[in-house]
Design a protein around this ligand. Structure first.
Ligand code: HEM
Length: 462
């Protein structure tokens, strides 16, 4: 069945298609191979063979929920020892998926988002205070570092009534270091030849165990505080996890499952949004004409209200397009896996047995020239104006995944990121370092490395 799917020409025993591949950038290597081999291809690495898919018609077919579903495999499966059957890593058949989904979905309703809005503003205020100081001292800002502080504070405060004090620290919070460690470890496990894994990963696996202990310890303390009434959440995610029963079955999340959900939300709730904001700021600094247009919109929609209201965020249509275009080129969760629910034929061409799966390369789907044109690599937010969107086939833009297992935090991320970009555009002129070349670090998620920007305060920001 695989014979019709191309693969790279030079294969090594054991190592597979690893010539020219780097363990640190498996996604960007796959993107290079994709450009050579086309919309569906095979790649053998370290004893396993994976099928990658990115051509738009193929991905559209994989979006058919009646024949395909999420597959928990590769990097995501490697996170199971940390977060088990929590929402992101649950197998489709595990009962805790539906239970947690139904209990937590109202935490992402419009009403819930309106309640988070003032807390998001407060977290953004910590960032602008920090940036004001950096600007006054003539220092360039560490964009990915600061965006990670911001998004961690945002999800911790809105979801869990917890303050990590990120902006009072010079170095990342130990929770972030432990998280980055486990994500990188999960990715690395796929890139070490299986027979050698115990040897190569021994030191790393000891560090990973310590990282997991740290994540668990942080979360257990946070839950203890809430149970003891030392933190209040007035209906936040943690309250829902601890107190809300399923509306139909009356069932509640177990203590073990709550721990796994809290880690999941703290990680999924900040890492990808931080990357999205960082890439967006990179593009805004690189394209002053786009930044000027976005800023004009912010000035027009927000006027000189000291703090924008909830409804004023959704009205930033152009800023939102900047974000969409950023997530097109660098979807910060750059792939997701789909498996066949029963024997089927993908796009009428590729037979798949029940349970067979393929990795969708979102970052290449979003650059398919058949959909996005010959200039697909160019940054252009106008690709997301209403008319252009109407003109495109469905299932061609998937930064948040697809179907029942798509991102539950999508509106949260979009509201937070649009709000923050609006606040930063209104307050600062961004100066790119002309010598900077975009380099992308991979740890399951994507992040621009070494991105620093100069800031000029605009005259009399509100
Ligand atoms: C699932 C992307 C922000 C929580 C997903 C998936 C993607 C994704 C692609 C599907 C993964 C798969 O099919 O295997 C993103 C991006 C974000 C973002 C690009 C920011 C720009 C958030 C936020 C939260 C969150 C802010 C929470 C507050 C989750 C959870 C799942 C998920 C819990 C699992 C849902 C389920 O399987 O039921 N996300 N996400 N994400 N995301 Fe996000």
């Amino acid at each position: 069945e695989l014979d019709r799917i191309p693969h790279p020409p030079h294969r090594l025993p054991l190592l597979g298609d690893v010539l020219g591949a780097s363990r640190r950038t498996p996604l960007q290597d796959s993107m290079r191979i994709a450009r050579r081999l086309g919309p569906i291809f095979r790649r053998k690495a370290f004893g396993n063979e994976f099928v990658f898919t990115w051509g738009a018609p193929l991905v559209a077919d994989l979006s058919d929920e009646s024949r395909f579903a999420k597959h928990v495999g590769l990097g995501i499966a490697n996170l199971r020892p940390v977060v088990g059957d929590a929402l992101f890593t649950a197998y489709n058949h595990e009962p805790n998926w539906q239970l947690a989904h139904d209990v937590l979905a109202p935490g992402f309703s419009r009403e819930a988002m309106e309640a988070y809005h003032p807390m998001m503003l407060a977290a953004a205020g910590l960032l602008t205070d920090h940036w004001d100081r950096q600007a006054a001292a003539g220092r360039r800002v560490d964009v990915p570092g600061d965006m990670t502080k911001l998004t961690l504070e945002t999800i911790a405060r809105t979801g869990f009534g917890h303050d990590f004090g990120s902006f009072e620290r010079d170095r990342p919070h130990p929770f972030v270091t432990a998280m980055v460690g486990t994500l990188a470890y999960a990715q690395r496990q796929n890139t070490v030849p299986l027979p050698l894994a115990p040897l190569v990963l021994r030191g790393a696996s000891r560090r990973n165990a310590a990282d997991i202990d740290h994540l668990n310890g942080t979360v257990d303390a946070l839950v203890r505080d809430r149970r003891a009434g030392r933190s209040t959440g007035s209906g936040d995610l943690l309250d829902r996890m601890l107190r809300t029963a399923h509306p139909e079955t009356g069932e509640r999340l177990s203590a073990q499952n709550v721990r796994r959900q809290v880690i999941t939300f703290l990680v999924a709730g900040h890492e990808t949004t931080s990357g999205a904001l960082s890439f967006a700021l990179h593009y805004l600094a690189r394209h002053p004409e786009i930044a000027a247009r976005a800023r004009a919109e912010v000035d027009r929609v927000w006027g000189d209200a000291p703090a924008p209201g909830y409804d004023q965020v959704a009205k930033l249509r152009y800023v939102r397009r900047v974000l969409d275009e950023t997530l097109r080129l660098w979807p910060t969760a750059p792939a997701y896996a789909r498996e066949a629910r029963a024997d089927t034929v993908l796009a009428g061409e590729h037979p798949m047995r029940r349970g067979a799966w393929t990795l969708v390369l979102t970052s290449m789907l979003h650059r398919d020239p058949e959909v996005w044109g010959a200039d697909a690599e160019r940054f252009d937010p106008d690709r997301f104006d209403a008319q252009a969107v109407r003109g495109r086939p469905p299932h061609t833009f998937k930064p948040f995944g697809t179907g029942a297992r798509a991102c539950i935090g999508r509106q949260f991320a979009l509201h937070e990121a649009t709000l923050v970009l609006g606040l930063l555009l209104r307050r600062y002129d961004l100066r790119a370092d002309p010598a900077y070349r975009l380099r992308v670090a991979e740890r399951l998620t994507l992040m621009p490395v070494g991105l620093r920007l100069g800031l000029d305060g605009r005259t009399a920001p509100p």
